[in-house]
Design a protein around this ligand. Structure first.
Ligand SMILES: Cc1cc2nc3c(=O)[nH]c(=O)nc-3n(C[C@H](O)[C@H](O)[C@H](O)COP(=O)(O)OP(=O)(O)OC[C@H]3O[C@@H](n4cnc5c(N)ncnc54)[C@H](O)[C@@H]3O)c2cc1C
Length: 435
């Protein structure tokens, strides 16, 4: 054991939230240490620079609109490539692959509206549901209660759209959560970072004091805070905890004394989504030139070109799969997941692709010991819990991370905002709650 070392603030986790907290505190003159279990920073942001000639995202992939991450990219002069435009978006049903814009009958337009993740009528219906004081229920139940019904295949596709956005089917997503987590002002534009998401996070972390390969095992917080790691004991006036929600739910880190009941309640009341990515490289492109992404009724749910926009784009596609389909496919391992991916692509494009696969990667965030999840979602009855999760305890324990974002959970920019907010609480001496 090395000798205890004292800091003003220790930040646990070098993901987006932890780096943001550390950055703000360090800029204010604090002596800050970030401790990170992995041998890299970024957490659920992780770019692979080897799989293809261009970056391939294993975790966070897109900058969602006019958001903080877009401002950071512009500040760091990192290229933002517009992606996922509507006119390159397709839908795959049993009868084939068709451009989303070509669904134009009244029933199809209703379906297209529901498929929009942002700006859909579902948000208005959720607001109305809330204002009419109808009890919180699932998004699927609310839509059904409005007398709206789709064919089983379209219902499957809609569910897959929600699963891509939230990591869960709409049967599990709370209506009040939609009202609470508004993503207000973000807009609908989507961008890919030309240098990869990790490049943004590397720039963001410049000049921070970060100790990698340091796994926090225990936090003692009865007076001065002690952070007990795999090889050292560190002390500080306070800690900012940015552990993923799953690690808090699974009590991977021991708190002494234990967390108060209200804090544990907030941790246990939010949902953990499950997400995998299957990333497949082929010998040559096989898709129509203007195809960039499609939702499918098949279990692989959502496919896109991993390198759309790069001049050196390789024939690589990503399947983004959440919820129960994720849980069943992830058990098949990389070879099995790749095989099912190829089979589904064959069905989607009506081609024989079996002998054309060059390389495959399965990214299973649940199996990652320092994530154990995709991202958080707000289940029925879960509103108010994110604000409660973000509250500090006794001016010693501060919390940040995507799950603590009320307005923008499950996003990089939301996570950064929570890190800044925790730092502001510390700097202004505003501990919100005592134990
Ligand atoms: C597959 C996938 C796709 C996504 N796509 C997008 C997207 O396109 N756009 C977008 O905006 N967002 C996306 N997100 C969400 C986004 O990645 C997260 O919301 C955000 O990165 C979370 O940041 P965080 O700091 O809260 O948590 P994390 O990034 O998980 O950081 C927590 C850190 O704590 C560390 N840690 C864990 N345990 C310990 C321990 N015991 N001791 C020390 N350190 C520990 C972890 O290693 C990690 O570095 C995606 C997420 C996933 C999983």
């Amino acid at each position: 054991m090395s000798l205890p070392t004292k800091y003003d603030t220790i930040v646990i986790g070098a993901g987006a939230a932890g780096l943001a907290a550390a950055k703000r505190l360090q800029a204010a003159g604090q002596n800050v240490l970030v401790v990170e279990a992995r041998d890299r920073i970024g957490g659920r942001i992780h770019t692979d620079y080897d799989f293809a000639p261009h970056p391939v995202e294993l975790g966070a992939e897109f900058v969602h609109g006019q958001v903080l991450t877009r401002q950071l990219a512009e500040q760091y002069e990192l290229e933002l490539m517009p992606v996922l435009a509507d006119d390159r978006n397709y839908l795959h049903q049993a009868r084939g692959l068709k451009k989303l814009n070509d669904y134009t009958s009244p029933a199809e337009l209703a379906m297209r509206d529901v498929l929009q993740s942002n700006g859909s009528k579902i948000w208005d219906w959720a607001d109305a549901w809330f204002e009419q004081k109808q009890p919180d229920t699932s998004v699927a139940a609310m839509v059904e209660a409005r007398g709206i019904a789709f064919s089983p295949e379209i219902t499957q596709i809609v569910s897959h759209t929600y699963s891509a956005d939230y990591g869960v089917y709409w049967e599990d997503l709370g209506v009040y959560g939609l009202v609470e987590n508004t993503y207000e002002g973000d807009g609908c534009d989507e961008f890919r970072l030309g240098a990869g998401y990790s490049a943004l996070i590397d720039r963001f972390a410049t000049a921070l004091n970060i100790q990698l390969n340091t796994v926090v095992q225990q936090i003692e917080w009865d007076s001065t805070v002690k952070v007990i790691t795999n090889d050292t004991v560190l002390t500080a006036d306070r800690v900012v905890i940015t552990l993923p929600l799953a690690l808090l739910q699974h009590q991977t880190v021991q708190f002494t004394p234990t967390l108060p009941a209200w804090k544990q309640q907030s941790i246990d009341s939010l949902g953990l989504s499950h997400i995998i990515k299957i990333i497949l490289k082929f010998d040559a492109p096989f898709w129509p030139e203007n195809w960039e992404q499609c939702h499918t009724y098949l279990d692989t749910q959502l496919w896109w070109r991993s390198g759309y926009g790069f001049t050196n784009e390789a024939p690589v596609v990503t399947a983004f799969i959440g919820a129960a389909a994720c849980d069943s496919i992830r058990t098949m391992g990389e070879t099995g997941a790749a095989a099912i991916g190829v089979t589904h692509l064959e069905e989607i494009f009506g081609l024989n692709l079996r002998d054309r696969l060059v390389a495959a990667k399965l990214v299973d965030w649940q199996a990652d010991p320092y994530a154990q999840m995709g991202y958080s979602y707000t289940p029925v009855g879960g509103t108010g819990m994110r604000e409660q999760l973000a509250r500090s305890i006794d001016d010693r324990l501060f919390f940040a991370g995507e799950a603590a974002s009320v307005l923008r959970p499950a996003s990089v920019h939301g996570a950064i905002e929570t890190g800044f907010a925790a730092a502001e609480q510390i700097l202004q001496g505003r501990s919100t709650t005592t134990a």
